[in-house]
Design a protein around this ligand. Structure first.
Ligand code: FAD
Length: 400
């Protein structure tokens, strides 16, 4: 993509991690044309992982979550259109329509609108029911922690687990209500899920599994949750962490997929000059040949960079293995690989057995690993998994 007079340049819709990394890569690679980032939030791109961890416990006194200082956007000639939502896309005319009626023409478009928290209709309208996606959500929730109340987390995904750990550090009573038999069972299986569950129980968090919230009662604030099996739980604050859905409503009628935009390894969508990166995508994993949603930091960074390189006509690097981390009770949990390909799991216990390494195997081949409190293990496991993928691809006679 060369820089020409009167060019429309690159428009990015969504101003989170993926967009920021795409803009940074474009400038680093020498692109000099216009870059505009449109974002529904009224602050410059910031980092979300601290929102359930340090930022939740320390607030604005705590970590600076801005991905870059405001000056960086000025110095790099990147225009931020903040507090503005995109409402439609005309891919033929190369136009993005904003909610206020403004139309933005683009030469290349990056869709990076991320994802939004799923809600439980039974809990709608209560003022003490929270979800956690933005810095504002984190500050509102923080105001309810550390008061000696009872916090109930609906869902034991990473956000639910991290908020539980943060609230326990304040000394709050914490209960996790989980519909499955153990945390993250659908991704990591029951054996790993049970060990993660044990970690919470040992730290004083109550964990109710095979439990579904059915109704809630209270006057403006939820005071009691009623489970499908008839159990009742008193509560002061509720956090719903039952997953996210891609923010694609504004793309209705554009031809792009509502349940996660399909992209190739270079972040290209099915529409000309339209790229997508981050939580909003279902991106092609060349190792499995499948399009998968990955709602993790590493993917947003990689896909944001890949989109920039593709826009410039440069080859995008081979996508890294899926990976994520989570911080809970002072320990780092790290994961790499494809647990869904495994047929068994082997465990290695460390210290008191709460810290462990899980090796997901298919036959004798390592396909994924998860480690609690063992930072070096995962990098090594990642290299082994990659080597296996390469030798398997060579055996099949494909270049990779
Ligand atoms: P986002 O960062 O969500 O940015 C999307 C932006 O687009 C938002 O600002 C949104 O308001 C805006 N937007 C949406 N619709 C529109 C529209 N129509 N018009 C304009 N703008 C719009 N990952 C890990 O690997 N490890 C962790 O420990 C971890 N912790 C996390 C903790 C929390 C609380 C959260 C919320 C996420 C965490 N993640 C973690 C996930 C990681 O932060 C996300 O994968 C990453 O932020 C995705 O980046 P993104 O750019 O795709 O989307």
């Amino acid at each position: 993509m060369t820089s020409e007079k009167n060019e429309h340049g690159v428009v990015m819709v969504g101003g989170g991690l993926a967009a920021q990394r795409c803009a940074q890569t474009l400038r680093k690679q020498g692109y000099e044309g216009p870059i505009r980032i449109v974002c529904a939030e009224s602050v410059a791109p910031y980092d979300r992982p601290p929102l359930s961890k340090k930022y939740l416990s320390e607030g604005e006194e705590g970590p600076d979550v801005a991905l870059k200082p405001d000056d960086w956007y000025v110095e790099n000639n990147i225009e931020l259109l903040l507090g503005k939502s995109a409402a439609g896309l005309d891919p033929v005319a190369h136009l993005v329509r904003l909610e206020d009626g403004t139309e933005l023409s683009y030469d290349r478009l990056l869709i990076a609108t991320g994802s939004q928290a799923r809600h439980l209709p039974a809990l709608a309208g209560f003022s003490n029911v929270h979800s956690l996606r933005t810095a504002g959500d984190s500050r509102r929730l923080a105001a309810e922690l550390g008061q000696g109340g009872h916090l109930v987390l609906v869902g034991s995904g990473f956000i639910g687990q991290e908020v539980a750990a943060t609230a326990r550090a304040f000394g709050d009573q914490v209960t996790i209500v989980e519909a499955m038999s153990s945390p993250l069972e659908h991704i990591l299986g029951a054996e790993v899920g049970n060990r993660l569950g044990r970690m919470h129980l040992e730290r004083g968090t109550d964990l109710l599994t095979d439990a579904m919230v059915e109704t809630a009662s209270g006057n403006g604030r939820v005071e009691e949750l009623c489970l499908a099996d008839g159990r009742r739980i008193d509560c002061d604050t509720v956090v719903v962490g039952i997953g996210v859905r891609p923010s694609t409503d504004w793309l209705d009628g554009s031809g792009l997929e509502a349940d996660g935009i399909l992209t190739d390894a270079g972040a290209r969508t099915g529409l000309p000059d339209v790229y997508a990166a981050g939580d909003v995508t279902r991106s092609l994993d060349p190792r499995t040949g499948k399009h998968t949603r990955s709602e993790h930091w590493d993917s947003a960074v990689r896909q944001g960079r890949a989109a920039a390189l593709s826009m410039l006509g440069q080859p995008a690097p081979e996508p890294a293995l899926p990976s994520f981390w989570s911080d809970q009770y002072g320990e780092r949990i790290q994961y790499v690989g494809h647990a869904e390909l495994s047929d068994r799991v082997e465990f290695e216990d460390h210290d008191d057995g709460l810290n462990f390494t899980a090796r997901f195997l298919r036959g004798e081949r390592l396909v994924a690993a998860l480690a609690v409190g063992q930072p070096r293990t995962i990098a090594k496991a990642g290299r082994t998994i990659e080597e296996h993928h390469k030798s398997e691809a060579e055996e099949k006679g494909s270049p990779k």
